[in-house]
Structure formats: C-alpha cells, structure tokens
Design a protein around this ligand. Structure first.
Ligand code: SF4
Length: 433
C-alpha cells in the first residue's frame, strides 16, 4: 500500500484542510504515516502568515527527503498560491498546487512519479470561487468545521485575501448536514471556523446568526464553539443568542490587533477601540463567566512608545481573559510593508513580551475567579504529566485523574492552579463517589 505523510503550517483552517486531504488520499488507497517516517508521498500545507514561510518550507522539504530521497513532494496552501515559482525552485519539490487546485490533487497528479520538472497548477486568486467543506478532528473529542473561506477585507498587514480569495460560504443546510455527520461520529464539540467567520453568508440571504440558530436547533451535540469573529461583525444579536443557548459555549475570540485608534486606522481595521470595548462590555453583562480572547500585533509601523502604551492601558483595563500576541512582520505585497515608521524588531519583541506577561496575569485572574465553582468539563483523550486534560465550557484548561474516561462531559469542582500555571486542578465528585 503506498504511504503518505502530511505536514501543516499555520492555522486551524489549514489543519482542517489537511485532514480533508488526508481522507482523499485514504480513499485512493494510501496509508497515512507520521511525517517523520519514510513515506512515498509527502504533502506540505503551507501558510503565508508564518514568519519566514520560504525558509520553513525549504526546511520541511529537506526533512521529508531525508526520510525518503525518492519521495514525491507536493506543496499546497496559502504560500503555494502566493509564491508558486519560489516554491517550485526548492530542490526536491515535485508539484505545487494553488488555492483552487489543492482539493483536486488526483486530477492533476496521476502516478506520483518524480520527474526533473516541477509541475505548477495554480490559477489566479480572482478565479477561486469554490467552497470546499473541510473538517479536522482532535481524537474524536472536538472537530474544527470550516464554514467560511476567504476574505473581502483589506487589512493593510494581511496577505490572506491574496492567498485565499473572496469571502464565500455554503448554505446553512449544508453546514448542518456536515455537523450532523460529525455528531453521528461521536464528536462532542464542534468549533465553527473560517477566515472571516462573521462574514458567513456575505452576499446571500442568510447570515452567521441564522446559521448559529439552525445548528443550535438541529443538533444534539452538547457543545458548539465560535472560533474567532471580527468585532464589527459580532452583533448584540449574536451575543444575546449565545447567552441563551445551551449548546454555544460562553467563549469568544475577538481580534483586536491594536488598542490605539491611530494604529487601527492605519491597519485599515473596520472598527475603533470604543466599539471593541462595547462588545466586551455587552458580553460580560450577559455572560459574566464568558472567556474572551483577543489577538494583538505589536510594533506595527508608526506604533510609537506612546501609542503602544495606549494599547497596553486599554488591554489592562479591559475584561479580556487571554491575549494572542504577534510581533508585526512585513509581508510582501501588503500596504503595511512599505509604511513609514518602522519599529525595530527588538522593540516589537519587547512589547510583545510585556503583553504576554499581561495575558498570563489576566488568565490567572480569570482562572482564580473560578476556583471553588463546579462547571461542566469535556475530558480529552490525551494525557499530560500523568493527568487527563479537559476543557470547561468557558475555556478553562483542567487536569483530572487519568482514570476518568476521555471524550466525556462531567461536572467538576475547580481547585487550585496546577504547578505549571496552565490548568486548574479538577475534582469530579459525582463519578468518583
Ligand atoms: S479580516 Fe483582515 S486580518 Fe482577517 S483575514 Fe481579512 S484581511 Fe486578513
């Protein structure tokens, strides 16, 4: 049986797409092996947001060929759409497939035989209109279901619209059908993912809230979660709907990027900090226990010390639970790459470090606020340091005894922070009694 190994760089969406490619290969009679083992074919799913995408791609190709110098190496993903020629020149790469072509591998490549010539199949991004439904699963506990792809926004730092094309999404009924299949497979939590998820249904007579309502009513799966949603698209109606839903978890991830209105304007974001603060206030008023995460970029061009302090102070005073911090990095073909006011890389990093420390403090404060409470946890299949990991409805990571079953919803009393500070220790009294 021919073998295939996959390596994914980037976001949850890329992972869900790799999982779908994996299923395509299996249907064609391939056996999947871990990427670090010898395989006949290697598929590398790239990301354009990853820093040094070129270097990472080269390194990964080399790793693959070290395991099997005769392996057929196929590169897909955002970076493949943006720089196909650059990838084609990497020694050992056999084929490059763009955004519209990556789910049609078996139409383009018949025998997976190495040749001297790298074949490139990639059409212009303007011609990429298809929506290909994909999902990945984390050991049958949680599934990441793609319900939207592409983006019509033009944030000045972002290459995603160039790599993935215009915003598009399937009909709500089609999403429900897929979610039902995941539910039937025993998945306990479905995470709705997309590039610009709140834009679901753009140009169609339905929107994200209607999708959420349909899934809420049509599924019995205990948990649904929204992965990430732009603040300007997170309406009061969506927040209110989540607040009364038994199935949608009280957890929002809302990209902020900067707490300075000057920088937000320069980033071409479609909101100002006041709107963001208003969204957070509405969530905490309706769901005081909700987890709220946000993305922040440090060292964007023109971010002076004073403007960074604005961001720091804004976040310091905001009821958010955790931050994902990214130092700014220039991407070719973006407006931000040529903007004046470049911030030295060391300053970008130092600001990032300050925000990461703030994030830890906020997360610990949120965790500590829940000590003594009993909340529903979903146990996972994996063990960490001899404990089973679990997740509460509101995104608190919990450690429970390894003897408890995985993939199970249980009530747990939350105790102190674990030794690493990454979890709360949970006690499942009703099962242990
Ligand atoms: S909303 Fe902005 S940052 Fe997000 S994918 Fe679209 S252009 Fe990129």
């Amino acid at each position: 049986m021919p073998t295939v190994g996959f390596h994914t760089l980037g976001c949850k969406l890329n992972f869900s797409e790799t999982a779908t490619l994996n299923r395509q290969f299996q249907r064609q009679g391939f056996e999947t092996v871990p990427f670090h083992q010898a395989a006949d074919v290697y598929v590398i799913n790239t990301c354009s947001v990853t820093e040094n995408a070129d270097r990472k791609c080269r390194k990964t190709v080399k790793q693959a060929l070290r395991k099997n110098p005769d392996a057929y190496v196929l590169v897909v993903g955002c970076y493949a759409q943006l720089k196909p020629q650059e990838i084609a020149e990497i020694p050992g790469v056999d084929a490059v497939l763009g955004a519209a072509e990556k789910f049609r591998i078996f139409e383009f490549i018949e025998d997976f035989r190495k040749s001297r010539q790298t074949s490139v199949h990639r059409c212009a991004i303007e011609d990429t209109h298809d929506f290909v439904p994909t999902y990945s699963t984390e050991e049958r506990t949680r599934a990441f279901l793609k319900v939207q792809d592409g983006c019509d926004y033009k944030c000045s730092f972002c290459t995603i619209p160039l790599a993935r094309g215009a915003s598009r999404s399937p009909q709500p009924e089609m999403v429900l059908e897929q979610a039902l299949a995941l539910q039937a497979a025993g998945i306990q939590e479905i995470v709705l993912t997309g590039i610009n998820l709140g834009d679901y249904g753009a140009g169609q007579p339905w929107d994200f809230r209607q999708l959420a309502q349909l899934l809420d009513a049509g599924l019995t799966v205990p948990r649904l979660r929204i992965s990430s949603i732009e603040p300007n698209l997170l309406s009061d109606e969506i927040i209110d709907f989540v607040a009364q839903s038994q199935r949608f978890m009280p957890h929002f991830h809302i990209p902020l990027q900067s707490g300075s209105n000057t920088i937000l304007a320069s980033m071409r974001r479609r909101y100002r900090r006041e709107l963001y603060a208003d969204r957070v206030a509405h969530i905490t008023a309706r769901m005081p226990h909700a987890a709220i995460g946000c993305d922040v970029i440090t060292g964007f061009p023109g971010e002076t010390d004073a403007l960074f302090e604005e961001t720091f102070e804004f976040l310091h005073g905001l009821e958010v639970t955790y931050l994902h911090v990214f130092p700014f990095s220039e991407r070719t073909d973006t407006l931000a790459a040529d903007m004046p006011g470049e911030v030295p890389v060391a300053v970008r990093e130092a600001r990032g470090e300050r925000l990461r420390m703030l994030s830890e403090k906020k997360r610990h404060a949120f965790y500590n606020r829940h000590v003594g409470q009993t909340r529903a946890i979903l146990t996972e299949q994996k063990l960490e340091d001899g404990y089973r990991t679990a997740l509460t409805d509101n995104y608190i990571r919990v450690l429970v005894p390894p003897t408890l079953p995985g993939n199970t919803l249980l009530p747990a009393t939350l105790h102190e922070l674990s030794a690493t500070g990454q979890h709360l220790v949970g006690e499942v009294t009703s099962v242990l009694a």
